[in-house]
Design a binder for this molecule. Structure first.
Ligand SMILES: Nc1nc2c(ncn2[C@@H]2O[C@H](COP(=O)(O)OP(=O)(O)OP(=O)(O)O)[C@@H](O)[C@H]2O)c(=O)[nH]1
Ligand SMILES: [Mg+2]
Length: 202
C-alpha cells in the first residue's frame, strides 16, 4: 500500500494533522497501527476524539513510534487507499534520552523508505519567534534529502494562529521549487488542497 509519511520537528502538529485529516475524510472511529522501534506492530481501534486527546499534547516528543491510519481518498468514481504515517519529531543534534534517540532513528529509516514525504513546520512559531526558532538545521537537511528521494511537499501548519502568514512567507522564501500548503490541523483550513495533491501522489 502506498504511504505518505509526515515528518518535522517536535510539536509542529504532525499527530494533530494525522487525526484531523482522518476526520476530514469522514472517519469517526479510527484504527491506529503502531510500529515500535523493535519492529513489532500492534493496532488499536477507538473514537477519533479519544485518540486526539490522548495522542496530541503540547509537550514535545509525545510521539515516539511510527503510527498510521489507512485512509480512502475519493478519486473519480472510485477510491485510492493509502496509509498516512505519523512519526517522532526530529531535532538538531543528538538527544540525551535513548528512547527518543531510538524514535528518531526509526523516523530517519522511514524517510529513507518513503515514496511520499510531507514535511511539516509550525508557521506560527516561525512567524512570531523567527527563523532560528522555526527552522532547524534538521529541516534544511530533510529538505535537501527528501526532495531527491521522494515526492516531497511542505505543510505550513497552525495557520489559524497569529504570525503564521509571516511564517508561511519565510518558508516559501527559504525552500524553493517544492509545493507548500498552508494548513491548520485545528480548523482543517487547507485540507482540500492537500487532499487533491496527495490523491495524485499515492
Ligand atoms: N492552534 C493550533 N494548534 C495546533 C495545531 N496543530 C497542532 N496544534 C497544537 O500543537 C501542539 C502539538 O501538537 P502535536 O500534534 O502533538 O505535535 P507533534 O508534531 O505530533 O509533536 P511530537 O509528537 O511531540 O513530535 C498541541 O498542543 C496541539 O494542540 C494547529 O493547526 N493550530
Ligand atoms: Mg506527535
Amino acid at each position: 500500500m502506498n504511504k505518505c509519511l509526515i515528518v518535522g520537528r517536535p510539536n509542529v502538529g504532525k499527530t494533530a494533522f494525522l487525526l484531523s485529516f482522518s476526520r476530514y475524510l469522514g472517519l469517526k472511529d479510527i484504527e491506529i497501527k503502531v510500529r515500535t522501534s523493535d519492529g513489532s506492530i500492534h493496532s488499536r481501534k477507538r473514537r477519533l476524539e479519544d485518540a486526539y486527546s490522548e495522542l496530541v499534547q503540547s509537550s514535545p516528543h509525545t510521539t515516539q513510534e511510527l503510527q498510521s491510519v489507512v485512509l480512502k481518498l475519493p478519486v473519480g468514481k472510485g477510491y485510492r487507499v493509502f496509509e498516512l504515517v505519523d512519526s517522532a519529531g526530529l531535532i538538531d543534534g543528538v538527544h540525551a534520552n535513548p528512547v527518543i534517540r531510538a524514535a528518531i532513528a526509526q523516523t530517519i529509516e522511514a524517510i529513507a523508505a518513503a515514496s511520499v514525504v510531507a514535511h511539516m513546520f509550525d508557521a506560527a512559531l516561525l512567524g512570531s519567534a523567527g527563523y532560528s526558532e522555526g527552522i532547524g538545521q534538521v529541516d534544511r537537511d530533510l529538505f535537501e534529502y527528501a526532495k531527491l528521494q521522494a515526492d516531497y511537499f511542505i505543510l505550513a501548519n497552525k495557520m489559524d494562529l497569529s504570525g503564521a502568514e509571516r511564517g508561511l512567507e519565510l518558508i516559501r522564501s527559504t525552500f524553493h521549487q517544492v509545493p507548500v500548503f498552508p494548513v491548520s490541523a485545528k480548523t482543517m483550513e487547507g485540507f482540500k488542497e492537500v487532499k487533491r495533491h496527495v490523491s495524485r501522489l499515492v
